[in-house]
Design a protein around this ligand. Structure first.
Ligand code: SAH
Ligand code: DHB
Ligand code: MG
Length: 225
């Protein structure tokens, strides 16, 4: 099946809902600022919102903000007093994201933290000792194993941990890959599978953004972070 079919299906699914001018503006502004077109697709953003609502999440951590597209999808699904923290290494990305988050009316709900996530996660932990209800891992794939460990630290029973881009056009199945991004996502999936405190599903996806996939893990009842 070719890419055109995957895109046509995403376009069809998206066309069923009313035009989302907030998200369309974010796509336009993110592109205008010269950021890469690697945000989650509208259909994926909808699924993220469903996951937030399905667990009644009140707190969200995102690793990898870019222009704030997925952050807005996630934060809009929170209750009014819900809170989200999103981390990005790139100050320019954070500036664009803060502007997009403000345009979406979500400034009070979302804090953008600038710096390498592995440097900022410990202060995030101090500020949020109880952890988060949902964690979305979507930054540099090389560091996914470390983000996985941090996510466990920042979880409580019932927390959903979602990792984007874990299939990489099927490259994840290549144990001999020399691509550190492939090794990073492979290691995350290995750690998740070996972790008795979580239950994990991995889903391959096709769509407007090509062939990839994501994992969803839930921290089990009684698990100590
Ligand atoms: N979640 C976004 C897309 C994120 S793209 C969305 O779907 O809308 C990946 C982002 O991770 C980029 O903005 C990049 O700057 C950021 N990133 C890369 N390395 C990082 C690091 N070490 N710490 C924090 N963010 C990082
Ligand atoms: C890339 C990163 C992403 O988070 C994504 O969803 C797609 C592509 C990338 O770095 O190429
Ligand atoms: Mg991604």
């Amino acid at each position: 099946m070719p890419q055109e079919v995957w895109t046509a299906v995403d376009d069809f699914v998206t066309s069923l809902s009313p035009v989302d001018s907030v998200l369309e503006a974010i796509v336009t502004e993110t592109e205008r600022a010269g950021l890469p077109a690697i945000s989650v697709s509208p259909a994926q953003g909808q699924l993220l919102a469903v996951l937030v609502r399905s667990i009644g999440a009140e707190s969200i951590l995102e690793i990898g903000t870019l222009g704030g597209y997925s952050a807005v999808c996630l934060a809009r699904a929170l209750p009014n007093d819900g809170r989200m923290v999103t981390l990005d290494v790139d100050a320019m990305h954070a500036t664009v994201a803060r502007r997009n988050i403000a345009a979406a009316g979500l400034t009070d709900r979302v804090t953008v933290v600038v710096g390498p996530a592995l440097d900022t996660l410990s202060s995030v932990h101090s500020d949020h000792p109880g952890g988060f209800d949902l964690i979305f891992i979507d930054a540099d794939k090389e560091a996914y194993p470390e983000y996985w460990s941090w996510s466990l630290t920042l979880s409580h029973p019932g927390t959903l941990i979602i990792a984007d881009n874990v299939v990489r056009e099927g490259a994840v199945a290549d144990a001999d890959s020399h691509d550190p991004r492939v090794q990073g996502v492979r290691r995350l999936l290995e750690l998740a599978a070996a972790e008795p405190r979580v239950s994990t599903g991995v889903v391959q996806t096709v769509g407007a953004k090509g062939y990839d996939g994501f994992s969803v893990s839930v921290l089990l009842p009684g698990a100590q972070p």
